[in-house]
Write a protein that binds this ligand. Structure first.
Ligand code: F6P
Length: 411
C-alpha cells in the first residue's frame, strides 16, 4: 500500500468512560503546538448536534435496536467523510473519536480511510472504583440532566454493557496500540506501516501530562501547633484563614475539581476554595491520606524521642526506608501515591487546572513523582503551609514553582 506520508487517520477504540476523548483532545492540543493540523471528529457530539430527540436512554445503544444502530452508523459515516475531506484539504491528522468497538465498524473505517495510513488507539481501563467515579462525572453532562442520579448511573452502565456485548478486541488491524489509559502504559502494539507522527504520538501516550497542578498542603492544625503527627485534627483559626486566603488567590482561576485526602484538615482547606468557584467538586481519595505512623500516631516528635528512642533513631538513620511499626514509611507509600496521582489525572479529564490538597509526606511523594529527587532526599522536601507548588509536566515543558499566596490581613 502506498501511504501518504504527511497524513494520518487515527481511530479511537474503547468502551465509554475509558478516557478516549480526554486522550484525543490532549493529543490534538499537543500536536497543534507543533503546527501539525489535527481535528477531532466525535460521534457523540455530532449525534447531539444533529438529533433533537433525547438519545441518552440506554436502549438507543442496544445492538438489537435497528433504528438506533442505523442512526449511529449514519453518524459514523458522516464523520469518516468529514475526516477524509479534512485530510484531503490541509489537515494532517484526523481523529475519529467514538467507541468503534465492533469489528464491523472498524472494517468500515478501514475501507473508507484507504487513501491514508490508519492507526487505532484502544483505551482500556477496568478499574472498578475509577469507573464508578468517572461515571458520576459523566452524568453531570446536560443529556442526563432530566434523570435522577441513580437512574442516570444505571442508564450509563447499561449503555456500557451494550457496547461490551459487541466488543471485538483489536488484533487483526495493520496498525494498532492498546493503552492502559489509567497508567499510560502500552499493553499491546503492532505497527506494520511506517506511520507519520507515530514516534511523538507514542511518546505522548506514555507520558503523564499535567498542564497546571496546584499542590497545596492543608492549613495549620491543632496537632501542628503541638508538633503531633498523624491523627485527624481540625484546622486552627490560622489554618482556616490560610484556606480562605487560598480561596481568594485561586478565585480567578477555574478549578473544576479539588482532590483531597479523607482527612478533615485537607477537606476543611478545600471547602472555602470550592465555595469561591463556580462549579467545583471535592473528591477525597484515600490514596492521599497522610503517612500512617502506626504506633506513633498522635505523638509529638519529642515524645517519640523520649518514649521510643529506637524508633526515633532508626527513622533518623534512614528516613525514606524506615517503616513505622504498625504503619507505613515513605518507601511503602510510593505505590498508593502513584495510584492516587493516576486516579486524579484520569478523573480530571481535560481540566486545564488540577488541585490537590494533601499533607507533608504525601506532597513530598507527589512532587517526587514529577520531579527527580534522590530517594534519601524525598523525606526532607520543603512543604510549607503558606506557599504551594505550581507544577507543569508535559511532553515539552517542566515547571516547578513554589508560590506564596497573600495571607489575610489581620484587621
Ligand atoms: O506533622 C505533620 C505531618 O503531616 C504528620 O502527620 C506526618 O507524620 C509528618 O508530617 C510527615 O513528615 P515527616 O516524614 O518529616 O515526619
Amino acid at each position: 500500500m502506498k501511504l501518504n506520508a504527511e497524513k494520518l487517520f487515527v481511530a479511537m477504540v474503547g468502551l465509554p468512560a475509558r478516557g478516549k476523548s480526554t486522550i484525543a483532545s490532549k493529543l490534538k492540543e499537543n500536536l497543534l503546538k507543533d503546527a501539525i493540523k489535527t481535528r477531532i471528529f466525535n460521534n457523540g457530539q455530532l449525534r447531539r448536534r444533529l438529533m433533537r430527540e433525547n438519545t441518552s436512554y440506554p436502549e438507543f445503544y442496544s445492538p438489537d435496536n435497528r433504528e438506533g444502530v442505523r442512526l449511529r452508523e449514519k453518524i459514523a459515516l458522516i464523520n469518516i467523510e468529514k475526516a477524509n475531506k479534512y485530510l484531503e484539504h490541509d489537515g494532517n491528522i484526523a481523529i475519529l473519536d467514538a467507541t468503534n468497538v465492533s469489528g464491523n465498524r472498524r472494517n468500515i473505517i478501514v475501507s473508507l480511510s484507504n487513501k491514508y495510513p490508519l492507526l487505532f488507539i484502544e483505551c482500556i481501563n477496568n478499574d472498578a472504583e475509577i469507573l464508578e467515579e468517572s461515571i458520576k462525572r459523566k452524568i453531570t453532562l446536560p443529556e442526563f440532566q432530566h434523570l435522577s442520579e441513580n437512574v442516570a448511573v444505571r442508564s450509563f452502565k447499561q449503555r456500557i454493557d451494550y457496547y461490551k456485548s459487541i466488543y471485538d478486541p483489536l488484533g487483526k488491524e495493520r496498525n494498532f496500540v492498546c493503552l492502559d489509559s489509567l497508567n499510560n502504559k502500552i499493553l499491546k502494539e503492532d505497527i506494520r506501516d511506517s506511520l507519520p507522527y507515530y514516534d511523538r504520538i507514542r511518546d505522548f501516550l506514555v507520558t503523564d501530562s499535567v498542564k497546571n497542578l496546584f499542590l497545596i498542603r492543608h492549613g495549620e492544625t491543632y496537632f501542628n501547633l503541638e508538633n503531633r503527627i498523624g491523627g485527624d485534627s481540625r484546622l486552627t483559626q490560622k489554618g482556616q484563614s490560610q484556606a480562605v486566603a487560598l480561596a481568594r488567590y485561586f478565585r480567578k482561576k477555574v478549578i473544576p475539581v479539588i482532590f483531597t485526602s479523607e482527612k478533615t484538615r485537607t477537606i476543611e482547606t478545600a471547602k472555602p476554595i470550592k465555595e469561591l468557584q463556580g462549579h467545583c467538586a471535592i473528591i477525597p481519595l484515600r490514596e492521599f491520606n497522610e503517612i500512617d505512623s502506626g504506633v506513633c500516631e498522635g505523638m509529638s516528635y519529642e515524645e517519640i524521642r523520649e518514649k521510643m528512642p529506637s524508633i526515633y533513631a532508626s527513622r533518623k538513620l534512614d528516613k525514606y526506608n524506615y517503616v513505622y511499626p504498625g504503619g507505613e514509611g515513605y518507601v511503602t507509600m510510593q505505590e498508593r501515591i502513584g495510584r492516587g496521582i493516576k486516579k486524579a489525572l484520569y478523573l480530571s479529564g481535560n481540566a486545564g487546572n488540577i488541585m490537590i490538597v494533601g499533607h507533608r509526606a504525601v506532597n513530598r511523594m507527589i512532587l517526587s513523582h514529577f520531579l527527580y529527587r534522590r530517594k534519601e532526599d524525598v523525606p526532607y522536601i520543603y512543604i510549607p503551609q503558606d506557599k504551594f507548588y505550581h507544577i507543569i509536566a508535559t511532553q515539552d515543558k517542566k515547571l516547578f514553582q513554589l508560590k506564596r499566596f497573600e495571607p489575610l490581613s489581620k484587621n
